[in-house]
Design a protein around this ligand. Structure first.
Ligand code: GDP
Ligand code: GDP
Length: 436
């Protein structure tokens, strides 16, 4: 999914526009505490295209950077990281010298830009001011009022027309893997351990404006594509200002991958950030392997492996099915286990249970169980079950009344399915459908 950035001077209405665009369809993918604004990026869809939208206004605090510096940096970052730009100017104050400078930078980049003149709450204002906005030198100018919710259709039509559709699900036999985890957990080291030793090649992927560089490595007779390693290798540029973009990029990589290796630090294994990341991997239907790195630094105590395993299961009950490995990217310890595990998890993600087996479950197991009900004599009846096409595995239970199914019963069904076949490292989706 592409990134669209909203840039402009403070107070022109960027965050109001951001909120309008996200509206009710919004999925805020991440909230980070300790920042002036807690909502800075989200996922949305327009005209069938999904994209991330970033409100650059809150990325840097003004106290840290002198004013002009701040805006310049913000605009540079937006240009680096995004595929299209919404440039907001204030329709009340009109175009200012700062706006001109921003425009100059944006024009030179060649990126698609829509100029949005905001706070044009009535038509009279529009006519008078819009000429100034055209004077900034871009073809696409839109009058908007975040207050009255006008101008957004035109703005988003233009933006989405400039985003290329991304089609990643071609089945070319490659396994797409992403390494994710907190900064400094060892992602680059692990990548280098894989890509460095083997004959590696670097390739560009079409379909994204930003240069995405993957490493393709041949192991165990399969091709593994490690995604977006540019973001990992471009270390020098990573600083706190970039963190929002790098978070979005992590989600982009998760979207593109088949299997995600979530790296945890042996010395401090499960932080809130880790939990959120692991939740996102599963929610997005991807394979999950928990990789505890820096195992060479793990406390030297008895049964340290068992202790860690217990901790991971306790802290991450929703990922208890995921394979766990303890490695050292530095010494190379246990790295050899990873290719096979990745292959296994991807196999699980594509696994199918025969319909006859599923209906054995319905007829021979569930028939003896106490079904959830409404307490008034109605209880759930399951007639049959099928597995939908595609990965990750999704099962559809045809029932008398889907409302009667409780969350805990769904979890129970999930456990039964996991007993029937190896789904380790893979989320399972369960749907109830009324049989008519
Ligand atoms: P940002 O600093 O660029 O993110 O700007 P904000 O979204 O925080 O908006 C700054 C101020 O302008 C707030 O008081 C908003 O309520 C106001 N504002 C935003 N959009 C409009 C608009 O379309 N019309 C009017 N009249 N006020 C607006
Ligand atoms: P990234 O930010 O996740 O890409 O992390 P890096 O790969 O840059 O690693 C951060 C630091 O941790 C570097 O100094 C690495 O040398 C160190 N490191 C990575 N893996 C290990 C490991 O397995 N053991 C130890 N002791 N240090 C490691």
């Amino acid at each position: 999914m592409a990134i669209v950035a909203i840039v402009g001077r403070p107070n022109v209405g960027k965050s109001s526009i951001f909120n309008r665009i996200l509206g009710k369809r919004a999925a805020i993918v991440d909230d980070q505490p300790g920042v002036t604004r807690d909502r800075l990026y989200g996922e949305t869809e327009w005209a069938g295209k999904k994209f991330y939208i970033v409100d650059t206004g809150g990325i840097m605090s003004e106290t840290e950077h002198p004013f002009m510096d701040l805006i310049e940096k913000q605009v540079d970052l937006a240009l680096d990281e995004s595929s299209a730009i919404i440039f907001v100017v204030d329709g009340r104050t009109g175009v200012t010298p700062t706006d001109e400078e921003i425009a100059h930078k944006l024009r030179r980049s060649g990126k698609p830009v829509v100029v949005v003149m905001n706070k044009l709450d009535n038509e009279k204002q529009e006519d008078a001011m819009l000429g100034e906005a055209y004077g900034l030198g871009f073809d696409e100018v839109v009058a908007s009022s975040a207050e009255h919710n006008t101008g957004f259709g035109e703005m988003l039509d233009f933006i989405t027309s400039k985003l290329e559709s991304e089609e990643f699900d071609s089945d070319d036999g490659e396994i797409r893997v992403t390494l994710v985890g907190r900064p400094n957990v060892g992602k680059s080291s692990l990548l280098n351990a894989f890509a460095g030793e083997e004959r590696s090649m670097v390739s560009d992927i079409a379909g994204t404006t930003r240069d995405v560089v993957d490493s393709v490595v041949e192991m165990n007779g399969h091709r593994f594509r490690f995604l977006d390693t540019a973001g990992l290798r471009r270390k020098s540029r990573v600083n706190t200002d970039l963190e929002y973009y790098s978070n979005v990029r992590t989600y982009q990589a998760i979207d593109r991958c088949h299997v995600a290796l979530v790296l945890l630090d042996a010395q401090d294994p499960v932080t809130e950030q880790d939990k959120r990341l692991i939740g996102q991997v599963l929610e997005r239907g991807k394979g999950l392997i928990l990789v505890v790195n820096k195992w060479d630094l793990a406390p030297r105590e008895e049964k340290v492996g068992d202790v860690m395993t217990k901790k991971l299961i306790e802290e991450l009950p929703f990922a208890a099915h995921a394979p766990r490995v303890f490695i050292s990217a530095l010494s190379g310890r246990s790295l050899g286990k990873l290719p096979e595990l990745i292959l296994k998890v991807e196999e699980n993600r594509r696994r199918r249970i025969a319909t006859s087996e599923l209906n054995k479950l319905v007829k021979e197991v569930l028939v003896f169980e106490r079904m959830p009900g409404d307490g008034k004599g109605h209880s759930l009846k399951i007639y049959y079950c099928t597995q939908a096409d595609g990965a990750p595995p999704a099962f559809i239970f045809f029932v008398n009344d889907s409302e009667l199914c409780s969350k805990s019963f769904k979890r129970h069904l999930e456990n039964l399915l996991r007993e029937m076949a190896d789904f380790s490292g893979v989320p399972i989706k369960i749907f109830m459908r009324n049989k008519i």
